[in-house]
Design a protein around this ligand. Structure first.
Ligand SMILES: [Zn+2]
Length: 122
């Protein structure tokens, strides 16, 4: 078992009911003890979670945009705020400097987003 990481996936535009801001989603927050690329690959292949599966099947390009070292305690704090968007460096670019002042994590995530195999849309 590897170290736990909490990660954030973003897509655009949101899926769900656009008339109801609580009924539409553009983020998924998850937790894994495996490598980020391995776990993210599952999301891209519709094996990760129901919501990311929906996003992929609706033609969204899902992106791995942020991660934290640590597991469910972090996930719980972020979920409690009901505002994953706030933590997303794409939706809220101010977060980028907090998340990654040296740009190192960001480069790592960019590589994962490029290397991952995406499910062709049928
Ligand atoms: Zn976002």
């Amino acid at each position: 078992m590897g170290k736990l990481k909490t990660y954030l996936i973003h897509w655009h535009p949101p899926i769900g009911n656009s008339q109801n801001p609580h009924g539409c989603a553009a983020h998924y927050l998850g937790c894994t003890d495996r490598s980020l690329i391995e776990r993210f690959q599952e999301h891209c292949e519709c094996q990760g979670a129901k919501i990311t599966r929906g996003a992929v099947l609706q033609g969204r390009e899902i992106l791995l945009v942020r991660y934290w070292e640590g597991g469910w305690s972090i996930e719980k704090i972020i979920k409690k705020r009901h505002n994953s968007k706030f933590y997303c460096p794409i939706c809220n670019p101010k977060q980028l400097s907090i998340f990654d002042p040296n740009n190192r994590k960001q480069k790592y995530l960019e590589r994962i987003n490029l290397e991952v195999k995406r499910k062709p849309i049928e």
